[in-house]
Design a protein around this ligand. Structure first.
Ligand SMILES: NC(=O)c1ccc[n+]([C@@H]2O[C@H](COP(=O)([O-])OP(=O)(O)OC[C@H]3O[C@@H](n4cnc5c(N)ncnc54)[C@H](O)[C@@H]3O)[C@@H](O)[C@H]2O)c1
Length: 435
């Protein structure tokens, strides 16, 4: 099958590369010329484990190519996957202008029948709008499929190759059969392909993300209770997660969720409910609890130093919104960095892969370290923001020797309070007593 992928961000690049890996001829198109120039040299503009080698292999096998030319990509392909950013503002208003602009361009370039697959996260009813645009502007018939994406940054390649399920929202049985054929190789372990209405498929993505967000916010509220009653949230989490009705994933307490998906999808659902006069207190609570996490965490740091904060240098370990990605969109670390800088502290950040993105945002207003122990030299405190594996079992003695003041604010609960205490650290964590 000849496939065009529009948008070469986290989603589009993984989708296109994984389809190419399965033998399809894939052309990935983006309007960002720098991005395409990098990709043509086999250099991914994002960090995603396992992606680079797949890109290079499939380029060498001539199954994967990159272009800025949308019209040519559309003319060469039967299926066109939309993988374009669909951000929303804080009020949950989704910006679909990029997506609809691309659909208009597709319509203008079509020289025959096409299948348009929307993988972007969009409010219910968007597929109908895409159909209307095509109906109005295209001189040829097209079918529209909603195919929401559930990959997780940091394990996106693996998630795409081995999904929990694939959802297809389309009214045309014939198109569903083509989609089944496309995704068949990824579902060999018996995971389901679910055909449903386009609107259910659109809503399924939001419902999933809201459910995940709810689990995290609930655990964070329980963490606050634990702190007050001298219980340990790590022990409580194990007990809760071992209940077969609940399961262990997405129960880790911490500084709260970030990224470009969960916060946005919550805000969009709140807006959709509000516009339709549907009470949505629970959605608002999930968001508010999450937003308060970072506020409270920053307050804890500022309270520790009081007026002396202006003379202090704080080191952050981790900036990406989660481990194994360089994505800092919506990352709690940004809020903490901004707050510390505003308070007058000097800030040094070490992140294994997000240094480039931090540099673009902060210039030289913060120091960016290239190694994690040197980042601690002379620090008055360490703030842990991302659960990178390399931070999990460091040399505590070496850390203590490098730091001026032995204080750790752990937003990810990586360490055991008693061990930190035995090494002479003041150790703040989440849902456990400060030692
Ligand atoms: N990132 C994820 O983990 C993830 C997971 C599931 C779903 N999604 C959804 O996938 C979609 C894309 O997300 P992303 O994280 O890959 O975004 P991204 O911002 O990383 O990438 C979007 C890309 O689209 C390009 N683009 C924008 N308008 C274009 C146009 N008119 N023509 C061609 N290219 C255009 C941009 O230049 C950019 O490279 C969103 O709807 C998102 O919600 C993302």
């Amino acid at each position: 099958m000849r496939i065009a992928i529009l948008g070469t961000g986290y989603q589009g690049l993984v989708t296109g590369t994984c389809f190419a890996e399965n033998g399809h001829r894939v052309v990935c198109m983006d309007r960002d010329a720098d991005r395409i120039a990098l990709l043509k040299q086999g250099v991914p503009p994002i960090h995603e484990p396992g992606l680079e080698e797949l890109i290079i292999r499939n380029m060498e096998e001539e199954r994967l190519s990159f272009t800025n030319d949308l019209a040519n990509a559309v003319r060469d392909s039967l299926m066109i996957f939309l993988c374009i950013g669909t951000p929303a503002d804080e009020q949950g208003r989704t910006d679909l202008s990029g997506l609809f602009g691309a659909v208009r361009q597709i319509a203008g370039a079509m020289d025959g029948y096409r299948i348009i697959v929307n993988k972007c996260t969009c409010p219910p009813g968007t597929a109908d709008q895409i159909e209307e645009i095509l109906h109005e502007h295209a001189g040829h018939p097209a079918d529209v499929v909603v195919n929401p994406d559930f990959m997780k940054e940091g394990s996106a390649v693996d998630d795409f190759l081995r999904p929990d399920r694939v959802i297809i929202g389309c009214r045309e049985i014939r198109v569903n059969e083509i989609m089944k054929e496309m995704y068949g190789p990824f579902l060999r372990t018996g995971k389901p392909l679910m055909a449903m209405s386009p609107r259910s498929a659109e809503m399924a993505k939001y419902a999933t993300n809201v459910m995940l967000a709810a689990r995290i916010s609930l655990m964070n509220q329980m963490a606050d209770l634990c702190e007050e009653y001298d219980a340990d949230i790590a022990e409580v989490r194990e007990a809760v997660g071992s209940d077969a009705r609940i399961g262990p994933t997405f129960l880790f307490p911490g500084i709260g969720f970030g990224g470009s998906g969960l916060p946005r999808d919550l805000a969009v659902c709140e807006r959709l409910a509000g516009e339709n006069h549907i009470p949505h207190e629970l959605l608002t609570a999930i968001r508010t609890v999450n937003e308060n996490r970072r506020v409270r965490f920053l307050r804890q740091i500022l309270d520790h130093y009081g007026d002396t904060i202006r003379e202090k240098r704080l080191t952050l370990w981790g900036a990406s919104f989660k481990a194994r990605t360089d994505d800092v969109r919506g990352a709690p670390a940004l809020y903490i960095i901004d707050g510390l800088c505003r308070a007058g502290a000097a800030v040094t950040v070490y992140d294994p892969v997000a240094a480039g993105k931090l540099g673009e945002r902060y210039g030289d207003s913060i120091a960016i370290a290239s190694k994690y122990y040197p980042a601690l030299e002379g620090a008055d405190g360490l703030v842990i923001m991302t659960e990178w594996n390399e931070f999990r079992r460091p040399d505590y003695t070496r850390m203590g020797e490098l730091m001026r003041e032995k204080v750790i604010f752990d937003g990810r609960n990586l360490y055991t309070p008693a061990i930190m205490q035995s090494h002479g650290f003041r150790y703040y964590s989440i849902g456990r007593k400060t030692v």
